[in-house]
Design a protein around this ligand. Structure first.
Ligand code: BGC
Length: 350
């Protein structure tokens, strides 16, 4: 695995980029700053490779400001309402970094820390193992949380992400990956023409601050129904209260599945290039975010401007605000238990 210096963080830590390759010529470049997937080269139907994830050319740009481009997100991906939760008789106060709520682990989440790199042997392909110890009280969360994330690029054109964590006090954990994809190539237009399928009959509707109301609502007859492949842009401007709250799609779908089986959650196709991406996960939920807050201020790789909806995210996860919604699948992790989760992004063409 090739390793090159990417730069130094503000406190002087050296940060590297690691390159994973597979037999088909795919290449993933990952930095141990935030565990960020910096680039992902994927072939189209003619065998032409382009980079399908949004991001920056330099570490300093990621450090200065990034809407979680390609990052590992934790300790709690997505939102926790009113920046607080109760667990094992204690109330924990977190930073409110998204209106009244906590988003993506707080002010300095796992996307902004330097991860350690560990050697790993994998039969499945080139792997990079990243570890991080999140101290008791970091960003307000209880318990020393020891986290390991393994990225593997397989010869079947899959980017596989295996997450693991243990704690020494009851805590909450919800880890995810935050790539913004554009299957026509990063910076090459918006994603409104991509056809999306999500294997979910229900979603968790939200209030105006994007916190779930607690209901599970059927998608049938609404712009949220992706049970048949539909262009992302086909209904995004419809007069719908949820779409107004999200300024487009920014919701958690309840995947049709039992327990923690690894199962197809979503498929996206881009007709002009023929690129197809499938998402498999052991998680119960999927946040589909249509890049609504991109507005051209982020100058991406190769100087390309990322305008409104130039990328979409499919974040596999437990449901938002689960620590305060006891009817949702639990995100609690106790000492002696191991948090485990797997997500695969599989690429093909048609
Ligand atoms: C959230 C969006 C947020 C974005 C960060 C997504 O996971 O759902 O609301 O703006 O991350 O850029």
């Amino acid at each position: 695995m090739a390793k090159e210096l990417f730069g130094k963080t503000n406190d002087g830590s050296e940060v590297y980029i690691y390159t994973l390759k597979n037999a088909a010529g795919m290449e993933a470049r990952i930095t141990n700053y935030g565990g960020i997937l910096v680039s992902l080269m994927v072939p189209d139907r003619k065998g032409k490779f382009v980079d399908v994830v949004l991001g920056y050319d330099s570490l300093s740009q990621y450090v200065a400001s990034s809407p979680y481009f390609g990052a590992l997100v934790g300790r709690y991906g997505n939102r926790i309402g009113k920046a607080r939760f109760k667990l094992a008789g204690h109330e924990y106060a977190l930073a409110a970094n998204d209106g009244p709520n906590t988003l993506h682990g707080g002010i300095k989440g796992f996307d902004k820390v330097v991860w350690s790199v560990k050697d790993v042997d994998s039969k499945e392909g080139n792997s990079l193992a990243l570890t991080y110890l999140s101290k008791d009280g970091e960003e307000g969360f209880p318990g020393n949380l020891s986290v390991e994330v393994i990225y593997t690029l397989t010869d079947s054109n899959e980017l596989k992400i295996d997450y693991k964590a243990t704690t020494d006090k009851p805590t909450v954990v919800n880890l995810t990956h935050h790539s913004y994809f554009n299957l026509a190539g990063a910076g090459n237009g918006d994603i409104l023409g991509h056809q999306l399928y999500i294997d979910a009959d229900r979603l968790t509707p939200v209030d105006s601050t994007l916190i779930p109301t607690g209901e599970l609502k059927g998608v049938k007859g609404t712009p949220m129904d992706f049970t048949k492949p539909t262009a992302i842009g086909a209904r995004i401007s419809e007069n719908d209260q949820q779409l107004k709250y999200g300024i487009g799609y920014d919701f958690n779908w309840v995947l049709n599945k039992k327990d923690t089986e690894l199962k197809l959650a979503a498929r996206v196709e881009e007709a002009t290039t023929g690129r197809v991406m499938e998402v498999y996960t052991t998680e119960p939920g999927l946040q589909f975010y249509s890049g609504n807050f991109l507005n051209g201020t982020n100058i991406g790789k190769g100087g390309k401007k990322y305008e409104h909806r130039f990328g979409f995210c499919l974040e596999t996860q437990h449901f938002p605000d689960s620590p305060n919604k006891h009817s949702f699948p639990s995100t609690e992790l106790d000492p002696g238990q191991t948090y485990k989760s797997t997500t695969i992004y599989r690429f093909s063409t048609r």
